[in-house]
Design a protein around this ligand. Structure first.
Ligand SMILES: [Zn+2]
Length: 170
């Protein structure tokens, strides 16, 4: 018997929820992909936890501090709330081997395609991974899905995110 309480839809951020302008960290540069907010709402309404899993190597590279990433995520949730949607959690990897900020410039076990952040979220939210999904635009995301034991949904950049989600998640 499965005792986990919730199921989740994990979303990649850059290239999936928003247009991938490299090393995005300012809200004025943030552009949602087509019907991204509606896709989040669709998952909210079906009772899934909606959780973002994102690699943010710009932190290790010294392009922006973790506080910028967190501010952006607060702003994303504000914009989602305009249509009655929300993200339950956001997990990011700040590391990169070629970083310049010594704290973050290292090999780590949380950068996608590692499933570590998905596992952390699953523990925090009591999630049944076998009933969960990962929506992302890159091979790395699909590999992460596989490593985590969730169903991967490959989003083709530029299409309606809502449509992809509706076609695959009920
Ligand atoms: Zn990491």
């Amino acid at each position: 018997m499965n005792s986990k309480k919730y199921k989740a839809v994990f979303f990649d951020r850059d290239g999936t929820l928003n247009v991938d302008t490299h090393y995005l960290h300012l809200m004025e540069d943030f552009i949602w992909t087509p019907e991204a907010r509606q896709a989040v709402k669709y998952c909210n309404d079906l009772g899934y936890k909606v959780i973002v899993i994102t690699n943010q190597s710009g932190i290790a590279r010294g392009y922006y501090p973790p506080s910028d990433v967190m501010d952006l995520h607060v702003w994303m949730n504000q914009k989602l709330s305009d249509i009655g949607a929300h993200l339950d959690g956001i997990y990011f990897c700040p590391h990169h081997v070629k970083g310049t900020i010594s704290r973050y410039a290292r090999e780590c076990d949380c950068r996608k395609p590692s499933p570590k952040l998905v596992f952390n979220a699953a523990q925090d939210f009591d999630i049944d991974l076998s009933a969960s999904y990962f929506v992302g635009d890159s091979d790395k995301d699909m590999e992460c899905a596989k490593n985590a034991g969730v169903t991967g949904i490959h989003y083709q950049y530029g299409k309606s995110l809502l449509k992809i989600v509706q076609e695959n998640i009920r």
